[in-house]
Write a protein that binds this ligand. Structure first.
Ligand SMILES: Cc1ncc(COP(=O)(O)O)c(C=O)c1O
Length: 391
């Protein structure tokens, strides 16, 4: 028998400087809106993590902190247990955030004016890592094959020239929810090898796959990708601890690691926060049951949402979700502009979601909805939508 966990309690996160609730209230000028946008969960983190952080607070001295042996061993345990991959300790490189990792990787491994390919629709900060470092953002739109988004290798090929230096992938893909197959990743690895590109693989959503779906880490695709791979991930999404600010990169190639060590030294990115090390140790060693349970809860939220939408909003077409806790929804059948639909959500339904243009031109006609909330909260949001619905 697995342990029972409470994902049903609605926790009031307002007045805590919360990005999802307070910032969005301010943004939309609203006080009682239900927010299904920002990608964190409305669930409490697992008890072992909270207890570990409480112990730190009880000790009371919030001083400089260093990485522990257990930090590395915990990551190694997780990769072995979840993905049957042995990650040598020296490959693991601490980084506060993935959004820092992507930016410093672009800065370290490419030069100003170089081209970096990325599939669209795209998670904004990954795109920013390219553009704000004055590199050229080479967008390769994913193709829709029926309900399935696929990589368009022909188009990716057409983007490459002598100044193209990197491919950034997101796996599972935010916002479309695709988990790239072994074959797709092998093809992407071969593409990078052929054109001598660094592959930056953002796998922050990797642990959160739907029942029956496998997350293939780029690390277990082919050995020769290792010479050009930077994998960036963290327990932040999996265990709902993004406010702790901790992530890490896995960099198998020693030369690339040395270059990164220089960057880290240059920008003074030395210590993790005092909470980061404990959070990773606890998350990856004491929270396996919570992890299984939260995935089940999200799967059930998806089933609930699909049934509700099929009954009340059949014009919203929900695409298959393989990974992430986000639903990518095609509303083009409504024939409504994004502005009109957003205004309807904000002003009439009193619910917020992310409109697709947040993910660039390729996202227009879609919206993204976060499933990782208590079921009753989702139901309350859908009820608001149903009562206001007039299309
Ligand atoms: C694909 C992806 N990468 C990175 C991040 C952010 O990671 P971090 O908080 O470590 O910067 C997110 C958060 O939504 C994400 O969806």
């Amino acid at each position: 028998m697995g342990m029972e966990f409470d994902f049903d309690t609605m926790i009031n996160r307002r007045n805590t400087n919360c990005g999802k609730w307070d910032t969005m209230d301010k943004k939309y000028g609203c006080e009682d809106m239900l927010h299904l946008g920002v990608a964190d969960m409305d669930f409490k983190a697992p008890d072992p993590i909270l207890d570990g952080l409480r112990d730190i607070l009880d000790m009371g001295v919030l001083g400089y902190t260093d990485l522990s042996d257990r930090f590395f061993e915990s990551i190694q345990r997780w990769y072995k247990k979840q993905y049957q991959i042995d990650v040598p300790r020296e490959w693991i490189v601490f980084c506060p955030r993935i959004n820092v990792a992507s930016s410093i990787c672009v800065d370290t491994y490419t030069d100003k004016g170089d081209g970096v390919i990325m599939n669209t629709p795209a998670y904004g900060p990954l795109r920013s890592a390219i553009e704000k470092n004055d590199r050229s953002f080479l967008a390769s739109p994913l193709k829709r094959d029926g309900d399935r988004y696929v990589l368009d290798f022909e188009h990716m090929e057409s983007l490459v020239d002598v100044r193209t230096k990197m491919l950034i992938m997101c796996n599972p893909h935010n916002p479309t929810g695709r988990c790239w197959t072994k074959e797709e990743l092998t093809q992407a690895a071969e593409f990078c090898r052929r054109h001598d590109l660094i592959l930056f693989s953002d796998e922050i959503h990797g642990d959160l796959v739907a029942e029956g779906v496998t997350h293939y880490s780029t690390l277990n695709i082919t050995d020769d990708i290792n010479e050009r791979l930077i994998l960036a991930t963290s327990p932040a999404k999996t265990f709902n601890i993004p406010g702790v600010i901790v992530s890490y990169m896995i960099i198998p190639n020693e030369d690339l690691r040395k270059q990164m060590a220089k960057t880290i030294d240059r920008i003074g990115m030395h210590n993790p926060t005092i909470f980061a090390v404990t959070a990773v140790e606890k998350a990856y060693t004491e929270c396996d049951d919570w992890y299984v349970a939260v995935k089940k809860y999200i799967d059930a939220n998806e089933a609930f949402t699909r049934a509700y939408f099929a009954e009340h909003f059949p014009a919203f077409h929900i695409l298959p979700r393989e990974g992430t806790y986000l639903l990518w929804i095609d509303y083009s059948a409504l024939g409504m502009s994004e502005e009109a639909l957003e205004q309807w959500f904000l002003r009439e339904a009193n619910v917020s979601v992310y409109m697709g243009s947040v993910f660039g031109e390729a996202g227009v006609g879609y919206m993204r909805l976060n499933l990782a909330s208590p079921r009753a909260m989702l139901e309350a949001a859908y009820e608001r939508m149903r009562k206001a619905w007039r299309f």
